[in-house]
Design a protein around this ligand. Structure first.
Ligand code: IPM
Ligand code: MG
Length: 352
């Protein structure tokens, strides 16, 4: 098949890790007889420097025309002045919103070779396998903001349609997996959460009676995620709760450097694939970043945007194999850490 893939390396370690994922995709293309065409565009801090805005029109237009988008990370100290008018993160939020990517899938799986890197007891971790579906284009991230001399405000607002569509995506995903959905909210305090809970209950009863639905409050969910992570299959939640819970969940996997994500809209919408970690400015340019989360994001790209399941599985198996073989970057290794390039070369060899 032919596919146009837009690559947005972004800032910090973004360029290093997207290079690795592109090499993996090129290898897959050669091996399975596909033609992938890559074009690079600016987003985040680098786009502010070069074009004066974090999401240039040309970048957005290229993404709209593409079959899929692979993104590195945005942000860094250079652009972090709290009073700055434009920030790299605005580019990321704007592109998610502009492309209508309301469902952010963040799969969390433990891998035997990475369990030692987790601060959590190993006996709790074996066999953890769940997906967080994070609402990505609504809530407090996108509500009206204001600031004056003695107060500030961020509005959290959700419409019925916004809640329904992401819940339906999560129910559908649960149906393809172990048919268990945990809906996370703060319904004992927040009105948006009470609406969320009502809609989840209704959709579950009317449309997905075969999926077992459970409600959890976000604070107790934060505890359960560590205490019994194996109990979960699909977890669905609003934007900010999902942001926080997935960083927490990354510690189950052993490193933020192992968690990929897929941001999806409805039918016919282009998807964005990116690691859940940030731009890691402290290690940028040193060649030691973990490329696996971005490579696993490329696998999600093949599966969700291009329908190439076997190719996606081939990449996932290769990542598992190199982890098993002890090809571990500094975030995972006890000693003998490999560089980003060495990890990538091991992957390419493994891919055959
Ligand atoms: C994420 C990140 C972003 C978010 C930031 C960089 C704006 O933390 O993708 O989880 O909060 O959504
Ligand atoms: Mg985050």
């Amino acid at each position: 098949m032919h596919a146009d893939i837009v690559v947005l390396p972004g800032d910090g370690i973004g360029p290093e890790i997207t290079v690795a994922a592109v090499e993996v995709l090129k290898k897959i293309a050669a091996r399975f007889g596909h033609e992938f065409h890559f074009s690079e565009h600016d987003i985040g801090g680098i786009a502010i420097d070069r074009h004066g805005e974090p999401l240039p029109g040309a970048t957005l237009e290229a993404c709209r025309q593409a079959d899929a988008v692979l993104l590195g990370a945005v942000g860094g100290p250079k652009w972090s002045d709290p009073n700055a008018k434009v920030r790299p993160e605005q580019g990321l939020l704007a592109i998610r919103k502009a492309l209508g990517l309301f469902a952010n899938l963040r799969p969390v799986r433990t891998h035997p070779a990475a369990i030692h890197a987790s601060p959590i007891k190993p006996e709790l971790l074996a066999g953890v396998d769940f997906v967080v579906v994070r609402e990505l284009t609504g809530g407090i991230y996108f509500g009206d903001k204001s600031r004056d001399a003695d107060s500030a405000s961020d509005l959290c607002r959700y419409t019925v349609v916004e809640i329904e569509r992401v819940l339906r995506s999560a129910f559908q995903l649960a149906r393809q997996r172990r048919r268990r959905l945990t809906s996370v909210d703060k319904a004992n305090v927040l009105e948006t959460s009470r609406l969320w809970r009502d809609i989840a209950t209704r959709i579950g009863r009317e449309e997905f009676p075969d999926v077992e639905l459970e409600h959890q409050l976000v604070d107790s969910m934060a505890m359960h995620l560590i205490a019994k992570p194996r109990a979960y299959d699909v977890i669905v939640t609003e934007n900010m709760f999902g942001d926080i819970l997935t960083d927490e969940a990354s510690m189950l996997a052993g490193s933020l450097g192992l968690l990929p994500s897929a941001s999806l809209g409805g039918q016919g919408k282009v998807g964005i694939y990116e690691p859940i970690h940030g731009s890691a400015p402290d290690i940028a340019g040193k060649g030691i970043a973990n490329p696996y989360a971005t490579v696993l994001s490329a696998a999600l790209l093949l599966r969700h945007s291009l329908g190439l399941d076997a190719e996606a599985a081939h990449i996932e198996a290769a990542v598992s194999a190199v982890l098993d073989a002890g090809v571990l970057t500094a975030d995972l290794a006890r000693d003998g850490a490999v560089s980003t390039t060495q990890a990538t070369e091991a992957l390419l060899r493994q891919l055959g």
